[in-house]
Design a protein around this ligand. Structure first.
Ligand SMILES: Cc1cc2nc3c(=O)[nH]c(=O)nc-3n(C[C@H](O)[C@H](O)[C@H](O)COP(=O)(O)OP(=O)(O)OC[C@H]3O[C@@H](n4cnc5c(N)ncnc54)[C@H](O)[C@@H]3O)c2cc1C
Length: 359
């Protein structure tokens, strides 16, 4: 690859993460962002299984995770891998701090309509959103950051999934991240084939918030993350897709932050060694496991919650953290497999192995 500058399109989560990873490469990196400043409204959560340049921006850690279903609660300690949250502003501040005085130039209010316009760049990393694969399940969610008048939350435990809500549309759960005894993000989440009207979320959120008594809503967030193992459409020569557009989100969960950090580091190493940047850091085995899981959810959407409940009932928190973060050992993976109903999964694995992946 020539010593011409590198270009990154988008200064969102993946664009800034890659800019940080490339900041000491000894060559110029131009980042083009359409907006006037980097987006700060998102909060990034995930299990802490390894260090990355944003570890110091973690604002809250939970040493317990909870999953609930009708008549059952599974609280799992996280001894080695706490669940951690990085607020959008802390992420951006850390990135901008690390980029100061480096060879990375940030251009805001600089939309890129066509990557071919960046002909001066030796390579372009493109994070512009791409349409989801046609068969993608969608993770759709809407949340409220709330402050209650009375202490209502346990800031030591993150409720990853509370399934005690209507399951008729597909997998549906409430996610509660308390940052103090009176403050939390309460989020309503579905895994469904298509978008949902805002009223659908309001129904659950209003009921959840009413149960908290007096409270104020400090902020809201909403989003859609495609859940698919289909490969992104091929990028033109000299272009690598990054972020959600590059398929960085784990198909079975929608988590993307940690995988974007790994992709950024893998790109840095490849460039330093003069190799082409990798399109993904995910192994074929991980993709296969996600695909089997997604196909199970698709085959029996209204029973999907039972799969998650069995996994959390029968597995330790740290093991789950490693599995969901794709750092599981073979022993971890086998233990998780044993927690799931063997028959339907074995059948699904055979089917998934025989039927080619849809584009
Ligand atoms: C509300 C919300 C919460 C989330 N929470 C988590 C979480 O807790 N944990 C987790 O792992 N993942 C989470 N995700 C998923 C994922 O981490 C985020 O969606 C993340 O922002 C994806 O990064 P990205 O770089 O692909 O996209 P973005 O962060 O959206 O960045 C894309 C950037 O490209 C810019 N852009 C678009 N078009 C152009 C153009 N033509 N020219 C130049 N710039 C352009 C945009 O303005 C934007 O800044 C969340 C997603 C959402 C929506």
């Amino acid at each position: 690859m020539s010593r011409k500058p590198l270009a990154i399109v988008g200064a969102g989560m993946s664009g800034l993460s890659l800019a940080v990873a490339l900041r000491r490469l000894g060559r110029r990196v131009d980042v083009y962002e359409a907006a006037a400043e980097p987006p700060r409204s998102r909060t990034f959560c995930g299990f802490e299984v390894e260090d990355h340049p944003f570890t110091s921006a973690v604002g809250h850690r939970w040493n317990d995770v909870v999953v609930r279903g009708p008549g059952e609660t599974h609280r799992r300690p996280l001894v080695r891998h706490p669940y951690a949250m990085i607020e959008g502003s802390a992420f951006v501040d850390r990135a901008l701090g690390l980029l100061e005085g480096t060879d990375v130039r940030l251009h805001f209010g600089a939309p890129v309509a066509d990557v071919a316009d960046l002909a001066d760049a030796a390579h372009v990393f493109d994070s512009r959103p791409a349409p989801p694969a046609p068969d993608a399940l969608l993770q759709v969610f809407a949340g409220r950051f709330v402050r209650t008048a009375e202490p209502r939350f346990d800031p030591g435990a993150a409720t990853l999934m509370d399934f005690r809500v209507d399951q008729s549309r597909g997998v549906h759960f409430v996610y509660v991240l308390p940052t103090s005894r009176t403050e939390a993000l309460v989020e309503d989440t579905y895994f469904v084939p298509g978008p949902l009207a805002p009223e659908v979320f309001a129904e659950t959120l209003d009921a959840q918030l009413a149960a908290l008594g007096d409270h104020e809503v400090l902020a809201t967030e909403a989003g859609t993350i495609p859940m698919s193992t289909a490969e992104p459409p091929p990028a033109p020569p000299g272009v690598t897709r990054i972020g959600l557009a590059g398929g960085v989100a784990k198909a079975s969960t929608g988590y993307a932050f940690l995988f974007a950090q790994r992709h950024a580091q893998a790109i840095r190493v490849a460039l330093r060694e003069g190799r082409p940047p990798p399109a993904t850091v995910r192994s074929a085995q991980q993709v296969f496991l996600d695909q089997v899981f997604l196909e199970r959810l698709r085959a029996e959407p209204t029973a999907g919650h039972r799969l998650f409940l069995r996994m959390f009932e029968r597995t330790s928190g740290d093991r789950l953290a490693r599995f969901l973060s794709e750092t599981a050992s073979l022993r971890d993976t086998l233990a998780i497999m044993r927690s799931l109903p063997l028959g339907p999964f074995a059948w699904q694995a055979v089917r998934t192995g025989l039927v080619p992946r849809r584009p």
